[in-house]
Write a protein that binds this ligand. Structure first.
Ligand code: ZN
Length: 153
């Protein structure tokens, strides 16, 4: 059963850990957790969520796409555009704080889906930004580390 989970907030040390790679055989067993993460993201009006944000330091993220939320295990950016863009970001783990972050405009991300299948996704614009933000979480990096014009609303 999937549930809305409690969020972890900055400066919780789990947000600063490098998350663990998931053995391929274990990914399928995380389907409920991925569903719960998607529910948690939607309930909090987020567009992405990384496992450390619910206190699990494993390489699993969910992102909202035009087709609904998808889960990406062990996501790796394998190709990226030369061009970057500045854009405003926030984070469910750092409520009410916003700032401008420079991200690659377009990326190709390789990942394992929740059925254990290796896939790639091509993303540009906001989705590319969200995936880069969430992968940063898996490396213990928060957007405030990179942002300019940080402000509180
Ligand atoms: Zn975040």
């Amino acid at each position: 059963m999937s549930n809305v989970l409690n969020l972890v907030f900055n400066p919780d040390p789990r947000l600063r850990e490098v998350s663990k790679e998931l053995p391929e055989a274990e990914i399928i067993a995380l389907a409920d957790l991925a569903d719960s993460m998607a529910k948690t993201m939607v309930a909090n009006e987020g567009i992405g969520l990384a496992a450390p944000q619910i206190g699990r330091t494993i390489r699993l993220i969910v992102v909202n796409t035009a087709d609904g939320p998808i889960a990406l295990a062990n996501p790796v950016i394998i190709k990226e555009s030369l061009l970057s863009d500045w854009g405003e970001e926030g984070c469910l783990s750092i409520p009410k704080v916003f700032g401008d972050v420079k991200r690659k405009k377009a990326i190709r991300c390789q990942f394992t889906d929740i059925t254990g299948k290796s896939r790639t996704i091509d993303a540009r614009g906001l989705l590319a930004r969200v995936i880069q933000h969430e992968i940063d979480h898996l490396n213990g990096i928060l957007f405030i580390d990179k942002a300019k014009n940080i402000h509180e609303i």
